[in-house]
Design a protein around this ligand. Structure first.
Ligand code: PLP
Length: 400
C-alpha cells in the first residue's frame, strides 16, 4: 500500500519555489546569482502596520478568532470593497484566510465535484489548475498569446463554456504576464457570463493596486453587479502592502458560499494569525501613501526592464499594465547554442542556462502553462535589475 495518497499525484510542486530554491543553493555555494524568480515585494512592511501588530500583541490579541476573521477586520474588508469598487458586502459575506492562496483553496475545494470544469486563461498562476485538480475538477486552459496582450477574448470564453463549467478564474492584473483588464474589456467578458447562468466567476485581484501609466484594473462586480450571486471577489495584503509573510487574504462572496468555505477552513487551519489580522485592519484603513510610493518604484523598474530586454537578441518583451512581472517571448533563441555550449530547445533550457552561465534566476514559461516565454519578477532593486538585464543581453548576444 502506498503511503502517499493518489490525490497528491494530480498536482505538481511549485516550479517558482523550485527555481528560487535552486538559485539560493547556487548562491550558498558562492556563485554570484541575481534572483528574479520570486513573486515577493522587496519592500519592508509599512511602519504603521508593524506598529499595529505590536500594539495587538501588547493588548493580548493573541488568541483564536472567528474562523472567518475578526468582525473588525471583516468590516474593514467591507469598507475596502466599497471604497475601491463601490461593492456592498456585509461581514457575513466576507472570509479572511491564510493568504489569498487559502481563499482560492477554500472556494474551489468547497464547490468542485469530480469532472466539474474551471476555465483558466493562460499564461496563468499555476496554483489555479493544481487546486482544481486536487479537487478532482478539470482545468480548461485557454491560451491567450502575447499578440492579444495575454488577455482572453469574449469569443474564447464563449467557446470554452460547456454544461460542466463551474468556474471562470480570472486574475487581474495577471501573474505571470502583468496583463490587466479595464472596465470596458471586462464588460465584454461579463456579457458572455450573463448568457450562462450556471457559471461562477472567481476574480483574483491581488495585484490591483499595482498598475501603471494611469491604467485602472476593474473588477467583475463593478462592471456587472448582476453577477453578484455567483462571484467571488478575492484580494489580500501580500502584494499591495508588502505583507507576504503575514498571510492575509480575503474574499467577498454570497453568504451561502462563505459559510461552506468557513466550514472547510474550520477543519483545516481555523483563523489566520490574530496579530496579522490586527495589522491588516491598519493596512486597509490607515494611511495608503505607501502603496503609491511602492507603485511608482515598480513602474520605473518595469519601464527599464522592458526597454533593456527588448535590446536582447531573440527576446520580445511586451509592456504589461500591472503586477510586478514581465513575461518575455524567448522563441527567437530556440535552436541556438549558448556560449557555454548548451543547445536551447525549450524555455526551460533557456532559464537553466541563464542561471548556470549568467547567474540570473527566472522561471520558464511552461511553469505557467505557456512555453516559449520566461517570467521575470522586477520586485527587486533597480541596481540588481540593471545588472540582470545586462547579463541577459550579453547571454543572448553570445548565442550562435
Ligand atoms: N494570486 C496570485 C495571482 C499570486 O501571484 C499570489 C502569490 O504569488 C497569490 C494569489 C497568493 O498570495 P498570498 O497567498 O500570499 O496572499
Amino acid at each position: 500500500m502506498n503511503l502517499i495518497a493518489d490525490r497528491l499525484n494530480r498536482i505538481s510542486p511549485s516550479l517558482t519555489i523550485a527555481m528560487t530554491a535552486k538559485a539560493r543553493a547556487l548562491k550558498a555555494a558562492g556563485k554570484d546569482v541575481i534572483g528574479l524568480s520570486s513573486g515577493e515585494p522587496d519592500f519592508d512592511t509599512p511602519r504603521n502596520v508593524k506598529d499595529a501588530a505590536i500594539a495587538a500583541i501588547e493588548r493580548g490579541e493573541t488568541k483564536y478568532t472567528d474562523v472567518a476573521g475578526t468582525l473588525a477586520l471583516r468590516k474593514a474588508v467591507c469598507e475596502k470593497f466599497k471604497r475601491d469598487h463601490g461593492i456592498d458586502y456585509t461581514p457575513e459575506e466576507i472570509i479572511v484566510a491564510t493568504g489569498g492562496k487559502q481563499v482560492i483553496f477554500d472556494a474551489l475545494v468547497a464547490t468542485i465535484n469530480p469532472g466539474d470544469e474551471a476555465i483558466i486563461p493562460a499564461p496563468c498562476w499555476v496554483s489555479y489548475p493544481d487546486i482544481v485538480q486536487l479537487a478532482e475538477g478539470t482545468p480548461v486552459i485557454v491560451q491567450c498569446g502575447q499578440n492579444a496582450g495575454f488577455k482572453m477574448t469574449p469569443e474564447q470564453l464563449e467557446a470554452a463554456i460547456t454544461p460542466r463549467t463551474k468556474w471562470l478564474i480570472l486574475n487581474n492584473p495577471c501573474n505571470p504576464t502583468g496583463a490587466a483588464y479595464n472596465a470596458e474589456e471586462l464588460k465584454k467578458l461579463t456579457d458572455v457570463l450573463m448568457r450562462h447562468p450556471h457559471v461562477w466567476v472567481f476574480t483574483d485581484d491581488i495585484y490591483e493596486k499595482l498598475a501603471y501609466d494611469g491604467f485602472k484594473p476593474a473588477t467583475i462586480l463593478e462592471v456587472e453587479p448582476r453577477l453578484r450571486d455567483r462571484t467571488v471577489t478575492m484580494n489580500g495584503c501580500s502584494k499591495a502592502y508588502a505583507m507576504t509573510g503575514w498571510r492575509i487574504g480575503f474574499a467577498g462572496a454570497p453568504a451561502h458560499l462563505i459559510k461552506a468555505m468557513d466550514k472547510l477552513q474550520g477543519q483545516s487551519t481555523s483563523n489566520t494569525c490574530s496579530i496579522s489580522q490586527a495589522a491588516a485592519i491598519e493596512a486597509l484603513t490607515g494611511p495608503q501613501d505607501s502603496i503609491e510610493e511602492m507603485r511608482k518604484v515598480y513602474e520605473r523598474r518595469r519601464n527599464m526592464v522592458v526597454d533593456m530586454l527588448n535590446q536582447a537578441p531573440g527576446i520580445r518583451c511586451h509592456k504589461p499594465e500591472g503586477a510586478f512581472y514581465v513575461f518575455p517571448d524567448m522563441r527567437g533563441c530556440i535552436g541556438k547554442t549558448t556560449a557555454g555550449g548548451k543547445k536551447i530547445e525549450t524555455d526551460e533550457d533557456f532559464t537553466i542556462a541563464l542561471l548556470e552561465e549568467a547567474g540570473v534566476a527566472t522561471v520558464h514559461g511552461a511553469a505557467f502553462l505557456s512555453p516559449g516565454h520566461f517570467r521575470i519578477s522586477y520586485a527587486t532593486s533597480d541596481e540588481a535589475l540593471r545588472e540582470a538585464c545586462t547579463r541577459i543581453q550579453k547571454f543572448c548576444a553570445a548565442m550562435k
